[in-house]
Design a protein around this ligand. Structure first.
Ligand code: C2E
Ligand code: CA
Ligand code: CA
Length: 665
């Protein structure tokens, strides 16, 4: 290391050293000193010192009072007991009072001063009193910090030696060597310095500790607040989520408890949200929902709480004076807000359904239960294509019964309690049986036979559909293959729910069943209603094409009962059109139905479909259909759906007698 370097290092080291020294000296003297110890802790510290002081001094006092000789000790004992009573006892009293702890501290500092000074005057047992006084500066610094510590400490280190000197020459309780008084003064000063430094270190450590604790506690509080917010809010819209909504509803229930009127809990589900999200992204949909929520808050003055329980739902708490239809009018008005909801390239068309639970304000209610009721009403509205539904106890009963039925149905499906019955389909010109429609039957041991209209919707709305469709296909294909020996060429028509058309495994199961039972695919007719085209028509058409490629044939079920879009009708790769029985059953008496049926038959033929009329219940209907050129027919006039063996027997009997339709009229 050369000289220049040393100089440079020397210079750079000296400045911080000097600054550090000055800073420490300042701190030692109490510059910028702050009180960070909470009052409660200060009070506790004072109490500990006063208690120790009281016990020690009382002990010494009682012992000393016991001495009769020398009289000095007896007197010292008396003074000590008086000091306990008049100095330490008030300090204890002040500590326990609600006043600021500084009064108790000051009292203790003062008490210490007097006690130690008086002891020095009496000299203790044998001139040992001055040794005890070395404790005092530590006590003062600890209790009152640097500034007061120095002031009192210096006063003590000057006044006590002076007192020693004075009392030695005037009062003669104990005589100190004058030179020793000076030594005591000097050593008291160093004792004060040590106490000051010690207390500085202690308070710095404590300060660091406190600030660390404070920082950590603050951080934890902030994290907790964030966690709490996140767990009760939908983050994109910052609206309360389901749990947040329930909490806010509970608060609203309490706030309105004394008020009259009603709180309406409204749960609104907007349609197509998932579909829109898949096209324009979740962010855009979230922004629309936030916009919608903002508009609702503006336009519905009765709104007390607004939340987003799930991505496609909003929930409201509305206050109203009377729980009648008028109270719900604002919710129905949402429909007209559509123009306000165009965040950019697409618009939410406000299509929704909602469920409502009503709560009278004065009555006891549980928020979670109210939300559950509103959600149940919404579910019911959703399932039944209603615009809205009000909750009542019958709804709960309905869902309980439905759930019970679901459980039983599941059991029935897994233990093969379901069967297929077959309803014959006839060629109306020749009268021959050309096939049969497979219709599911469920005989429940408790309830007896349950109509498909009651159990198919449960199957369709739960996770049972896949299994059910695979089962139907497997059984129907097996039965059809079996009856080929007796009824060669007789087809089987299988009803397929719309959702199943999109289930690749269901289509694959058809392929497997055909291969397994060696059945000509052309003998399988898949009946689909127009509802398959409601959602993603392009996909539905593609799946239908796949069925046709397999060699199966397609039939449009319930023709006329749906929306019957002619645009789609001409695109469908179907070979058959089934006119819905609602037009057929009353054919004889309804000229309108006759007109519809006739034109449907013509349209079907023009589009190269075979036309089948279902629901033929009487000869007159059959006659009219035959006259109109209908190709095929099915209905109770011929036969109800029968177990497979009965169907085969019925068909064989019919073939043997082979009546033409004309003959059967
Ligand atoms: P659908 O496909 O329109 O079936 C025809 C329904 O009309 C059957 O009722 C049948 O028994 C009944 N029917 C037949 N001829 C007459 C008649 O002359 N007059 C009257 N009034 N009714 C007649 P079912 O068996 O109760 O089935 C009801 C619906 O349940 C079916 O309507 C179909 O949509 C569904 N379904 C039945 N079985 C299945 C199945 O295996 N799978 C699927 N996905 N749905 C099925
Ligand atoms: Ca059908
Ligand atoms: Ca039908």
């Amino acid at each position: 290391m050369d000289g220049a370097e040393r100089n440079a290092l020397g210079r750079t080291d000296a400045a911080p050293f000097a600054a550090g020294f000055l800073r420490t000296a300042g701190q030692l003297l109490g510059v910028g000193e702050q009180d960070i110890v909470p009052d409660e802790n200060r009070r506790k510290n004072t109490l500990i010192f006063t208690t120790i002081g009281t016990l020690a001094l009382l002990g010494f006092g009682l012992v000393n009072v016991g001495y009769s000789e020398p009289a000095r000790l007896h007197l010292m004992g008396l003074v000590q007991i008086l000091e306990v009573c008049f100095l330490l006892a008030p300090a204890v009293w002040l500590t326990n009072r609600g006043t600021r702890p500084v009064w108790a501290e000051n009292m203790l500092v003062f008490a210490g001063f007097v006690i130690f000074a008086s002891n020095v005057v009496f000299g203790g047992q044998s001139g040992d009193s001055p040794y005890w006084t070395f404790v005092y500066p530590y006590l003062v610094f600890f209790l009152r910090g640097q500034k007061v510590g120095w002031a009192v400490g210096l006063l003590f280190s000057i006044s006590v030696p002076v007192l020693m000197y004075y009392s030695s020459s005037h009062w003669h309780f104990w005589t100190y060597d004058p030179l020793h008084c000076v030594y005591y003064g000097v050593s008291y000063f160093f004792n004060v310095l040590t106490a000051a430094y010690f207390n500085l270190l202690r308070s710095m450590f404590q300060k660091q500790l406190w600030s660390q604790v404070e920082f950590n506690t603050g951080e934890v509080r902030r994290h907790l607040a964030t966690l709490q917010f996140n767990s009760t809010h939908d983050l994109p819209t910052r609206l309360p989520n389901r749990q947040g909504f329930i909490d806010a509803l509970a608060t609203a229930l309490t706030a309105h408890h004394k008020e009259g009127g009603y709180l309406l809990v409204v749960c609104i589900r907007f349609f197509r949200v998932s579909e829109l999200a898949s096209m324009v992204g979740l962010d855009t949909v979230d922004a629309s929902m936030a916009l919608l929520a903002g508009r609702l808050r503006q336009q519905l003055p009765g709104v007390r709480v607004l939340g987003r329980p799930s991505h496609d739902k909003l929930a409201l708490v509305l206050w109203c004076e009377r729980a009648d239809e008028a109270a719900l009018a604002p919710v129905r008005e949402i429909r007209h807000m559509r123009h306000a909801l165009d965040p950019g390239e697409f618009s939410i068309h406000v299509e929704y359904t909602f469920g409502v639970a009503v709560q009278a304000c004065g009555e006891a209610a549980w928020a979670g239960e109210l939300v559950r009721k509103a959600e149940q009403a919404l579910l019911f509205a959703d399932d039944n294509d209603l615009a809205s539904q009000l909750y009542d106890s019958a709804l709960s009963a309905h869902f309980v019964a439905r759930n019970h039925r679901y459980e039983k149905l599941r059991e029935a499906l897994f233990s093969e309690q379901l069967t297929l019955h077959y309803q014959p389909q006839l060629d109306l010109r020749s009268g021959r049986v050309v096939g049969a429609e497979a219709l599911a039957r469920w005989f429940d041991p408790e309830e007896g036979p349950i109509a498909p209209d009651r159990f198919i919707p449960i199957i369709e709305s739960t996770g049972l559909l896949h299994r059910f469709s695979v089962w139907t296909i497997a059984l129907a294909v097996r039965d059809c293959a079996a009856w080929q020996a007796q009824l060669p060429g007789a087809t089987v028509s299988i009803n397929l729910s719309a959702e199943s058309l999109h289930d690749a495994e269901v289509l694959h199961s058809l392929e497997q069943a055909l291969a397994r039972w060696q059945l000509d695919p052309a003998l399988v007719v898949i009946e689909l209603t127009e509802s398959v085209l409601l959602k993603t028509p392009a996909d539905a058409l593609a799946h239908m094409e796949r069925l046709v490629e397999l060699g199966a044939r397609l039939s449009i079920d319930d023709y006329g009962a749906g929306f019957s879009s002619l645009t789609y009708l001409k695109q469908l790769p179907a070979h058959e059109m089934k006119i819905d029985m609602s037009f057929v059953r009353n054919l004889r008496s309804s000229p309108q139905d006759q007109a519809i049926v006739k034109s449907s038959i013509e349209l079907g033929h023009d589009l190269h479909f075979k036309v089948l009329a279902e629901g033929i219940e009487d000869a007159a209907a059959l006659q009219l259909l035959t006259d109109a050129g209908c190709d095929l027919g099915q209905g109770w006039y011929f036969s109800k759906a029968l177990p497979v063996a009965d169907f085969v027997a019925w068909a064989l009997n019919r073939q043997a007698n082979a009546p033409t339709v004309k003959e059967s009229l």
